[in-house]
Design a protein around this ligand. Structure first.
Ligand code: S3P
Length: 168
């Protein structure tokens, strides 16, 4: 069976957007980023949404955006790192695509996210926040159809692995 969508999940800084764009290009599929779609729809930034309305408001909007995106087929979808926390999101992803969890070492994650200081959940001591959230979410990505540790891999290698594992 050929996957209708490829859904990328994973902690912040695991390369979902970079890999997703390249994979979509390779397959000739549409690339969707749930965070970008949400910002576009709400005409505001994720950090402002968190700051003004709080995380639970953001999570409710995130679920709606994801559900809406996953109505369509032939897409590579990069999701926000916390999209996996809601059972309804996990079910929607599993029903509508081949779900790939990208993992990376804490050191690699810290290196990658340190260039973007806008992430609301990583304010304060970056290293402490990453370690704490990784611990809290240690099993949150295990529901995926497959898990890829990207730490030692290039984007091209990750893309090739996904194409192979999704049997595309
Ligand atoms: C979040 C990850 C972010 C974004 C929001 C919350 C999280 O997306 O959705 O800041 O809870 O892990 P990225 O994983 O693309 O950074």
């Amino acid at each position: 069976m050929t996957a209708s969508n490829i859904v990328l999940v994973g902690f912040m800084g695991t390369g979902k957007s970079t890999v997703g764009q390249k994979l979509a290009e390779r397959l000739g599929w549409t690339f969707q980023d749930s965070d970008a779609a949400l910002e576009e729809e709400q005409q505001t930034s994720i950090s402002d949404l968190f700051r003004i309305h709080g995380e639970s408001h953001f999570r409710a909007l995130e679920s709606k955006v994801l559900e809406h995106i996953l109505i369509r087929k032939g897409q590579v979808v990069a999701t926000g790192g916390g999209a996996v926390l809601a059972e309804c999101n996990r079910a929607c992803m599993l029903q509508n695509g081949f779900v790939v969890a990208l993992k990376a070492s804490p050191e690699m994650i810290i290196q990658r996210v340190s260039s973007d200081t806008s992430r609301p959940l990583l304010q304060g001591n970056l290293e402490e926040r990453v370690h704490l959230l990784l611990e809290e979410r240690k099993s949150s990505y295990d529901f995926a159809h497959t898990v890829i540790d990207t730490t030692e891999l290039t984007t091209d290698q990750i893309v090739a692995l996904i194409i192979q594992q999704a049997e595309l």
